[in-house]
Design a protein around this ligand. Structure first.
Ligand code: C2E
Ligand code: MG
Ligand code: MG
Length: 629
């Protein structure tokens, strides 16, 4: 016998006294043979039915806009349902619904309109569960809805899609017809959750995943893998509480290099956690947790203290001037505690303030610019330097930054990583460097891994670089030996060679072999690629001076490929060598600067060698200016 859920919003008459509105749920509890043994009544949300929503009891249990129960009421109702689901061995599904772009709707059409929409959504959702007691409005545009799946047959995706359809039905509001979308997360007892708390948490995590990965109008069903991750987070979080006291944190240091002088000018301190079971845990896995668990101030203080003491020790060991950069979490910017922490770390270590640099993530600016600016001004008074970390991925603009006393920008490593393959990332990096200079900031590029990235950054005037190409983060001892020999490898050592390098791109192997044989004799270093992808791989890893490409290739036109090479490797000299070409296209490519010469197949050896000799001279004379020839 199915479990009955009796009506919502019944109106009872209490004689002459007053009317009450209440939600009554009746649950029939069955024994293992399916025979009803108990009835369970839940009465929620009593209020005077006099049209006055200010009734305290009612407001305590209901959201007046949607007329849905509040979360604590839903939790109680869910607990009852869960107890029965355990008993009856059936499933309970919880859907977390986050309506997309509701803020914009509110701002555009006004809050009254927004409230009416909320009411529409609430009514529709309530209809899906046959009453309001398993639906709740959490805040603003977020709803939770639970479905009792007695036959254990309800497909979670189907249910979610159905709910999205229900929300997406047009809302007719006067002259307006709106279609709403939502991001929806689903959790399930007993698949991943065993308690009400878990059901709600997992559904909300799933909704966040849906929003982040689907960008709205999307669904995510909470998975066992996510559960494992959440459990791990919780376990790690609990253990992290004592990490500072147990002395489990350590700092590694990554050198920062003056690109022009090829010299180490400082380092960034990066925290690691030596976990007794997990080994060395990287900050990306625990800094966020430390923020959530309220431990970031302690960890931040420890890092500051340790970094300053270490820097002092290196000074005492006789190394020259350098800057020690320390990362600061946005949460450390709340209040004025950071100023005291910095003062204390400098006092205790006797490190000159000018040797300390604090790195802030870009998002700290967005939280409270005025406060952040005042903290930063105080820090500058102390004499420390300030840098904006991971610039380019957040929401701030250089305009925002100009209001802050920041000295330096660190371009996020995702932009550097995309050089040279991604033309638009290369353009962004170039633009950021140019603009940063106009605003008076110096620039550090993070995540430099390849010579070609270094060459690109250098050409575009980036003063400082940091990345695995020079050194991964290392221990204090290794950093000390680097500081003792701060001069680095020269350009030649990094990949340049005497004769110059040529990249030959052709899908015919015999052409590649013949060209390579011919040109090697002239002392060039020869690289070959039979498609554009491989060609970019070579360009990404080697210092190439001249690129010679076939025009008709299986993966595109040679002129288009050279156009992209021009953007990412403007210092190269680029030529087409082809038996076929659309003359108009080639002329356009030559006029646009992507192609220096057009050579025809079959070639004459001596003519080809002469042209390459000229091209090489041009490429090596002044790498920066060889762009538009
Ligand atoms: P970040 O401040 O942007 O630090 C640079 C990160 O990039 C470091 O990761 C570094 O190891 C990595 N990296 C450097 N060069 C390369 C490269 O060539 N290739 C690649 N793939 N990665 C490179 P790490 O040490 O894992 O730190 C990650 C983030 O954790 C840091 O990013 C920073 O935001 C945060 N963090 C680290 N230490 C602290 C700390 O003491 N306090 C706070 N609040 N955050 C910290
Ligand atoms: Mg940093
Ligand atoms: Mg960074």
């Amino acid at each position: 016998m199915p479990c009955a859920v009796a009506g919502a919003n019944e109106v009872f008459d209490r004689g002459n006294e007053e009317s009450l509105r209440c939600t009554l749920s009746l649950h029939i509890i069955e024994d293992e043979h399916g025979q009803p043994t108990h009835g369970l009544c839940t009465l929620v949300g009593i209020r005077h039915d006099d049209g006055n929503d200010s009734n305290r009891d009612y407001l305590a249990t209901h959201d007046p806009v949607s007329d849905l129960p509040r979360i604590h009421v839903l939790q109680k109702n869910l607990a009852v349902e869960l107890a029965q689901a355990v008993h009856g061995c059936y499933r309970l599904l919880v859907c977390y619904i986050d309506v997309d772009r509701f803020g914009v709707i509110n701002e555009t059409y006004g809050f009254d309109f927004g409230d009416r929409l909320i009411r529409h959504i609430a009514d529709r959702l309530a209809r899906q569960t046959g009453g309001r007691d398993l639906v709740c409005r959490l805040s603003g545009d977020e709803f939770v809805l639970a479905v009792v799946d007695r036959d254990s047959e309800q497909d979670q995706w189907e249910l979610a899609r159905h709910l999205l359809d229900v929300i997406g039905e047009p809302v007719d509001e006067g002259k307006l017809e709106l279609r709403l979308t939502a991001s929806l997360g689903v959790s399930c007892f007993p698949d991943t959750a065993t308690s009400v708390q878990e059901l709600l948490l997992q559904a909300s995590v799933a909704a966040r995943t849906a929003k982040q990965e689907g960008g709205g109008d999307s669904i995510h069903v909470f998975t066992q893998e996510q559960r494992d991750l959440l459990d791990q987070r919780l376990e790690i979080g609990e253990h992290l509480l004592g990490a500072v006291v147990r002395d489990e944190l350590e700092l590694h240091y990554q050198p920062v290099i003056d690109a022009a002088k090829r010299q180490i000018i400082g380092m960034e301190a990066l925290v690691r956690w030596r976990h007794p079971k997990l080994g060395l845990v990287m900050p990306d896995r625990f800094i966020g947790l430390a923020e959530d668990f309220g431990m970031i101030a302690d960890i931040g203080r420890w890092v500051l203290h340790r970094a300053c003491m270490q820097a002092r020790q290196w000074l005492d060991q006789g190394v020259g001037d350098f800057t020690m950069a320390v990362n600061v979490s946005g949460l450390q910017m709340r209040g004025m505690q950071l100023i005291e922490d910095v003062n204390r770390a400098l006092d205790r270590s006797r490190l000159p303030a000018r040797m300390l640099e604090l790195e802030f993530a870009e998002d700290v600016i967005m939280t409270n610019v005025e406060h952040v600016a005042s903290v930063m001004r105080e820090l500058r008074k102390i004499g420390v330097k300030l840098a904006m970390d991971d610039f380019g991925i957040g929401q701030s603009s250089l305009g925002h930054l100009q209001r802050l006393p920041v000295n330096q920008l660190k371009i996020d490593r995702s932009f550097v990583a995309a050089v040279p393959e991604d033309v638009s990332a290369a353009r962004i990096s170039r633009a950021v460097i140019g603009l940063a200079h106009e605003f008076g900031f110096t620039v550090v590029a993070e995540g430099v891994e390849k010579p070609v990235q270094l060459a690109f950054l250098e050409r575009n005037g980036c003063e400082y670089v940091q990345g695995n190409f020079f050194s991964k983060p290392v221990s204090a001892d290794e950093m000390l030996s680097m500081l003792r020999h701060p001069a680095l490898r020269s350009r030649e050592e990094i990949g340049d060679d005497q004769g110059g390098s040529i990249l030959l791109v052709d899908d015919e192997q015999n052409v590649l072999r013949a060209l390579a044989r011919l040109l090697r004799r002239d002392g060039y270093r020869i690289y070959t690629a039979s498609n554009f992808k491989d060609a970019f791989e070579v360009l990404g890893t080697q210092q190439i001076h001249v690129v010679v490409s076939d025009h008709r290739m299986p993966d595109g036109k040679g002129t288009e490929f050279l156009g992209r090479v021009k953007e990412t490797h403007p210092h190269t000299v680029r030529m087409i060598l082809s038996g076929y070409a659309d003359l108009g296209v080639v002329t356009e490519a030559i006029n646009g600067g992507a192609v220096y010469r057009f050579l025809t197949k079959p070639w004459k050896d001596d003519d080809l060698r002469k042209t390459l000799h000229e091209a090489m001279r041009m490429a090596r004379r002044d790498p920066v200016d060889s762009v538009a020839r």
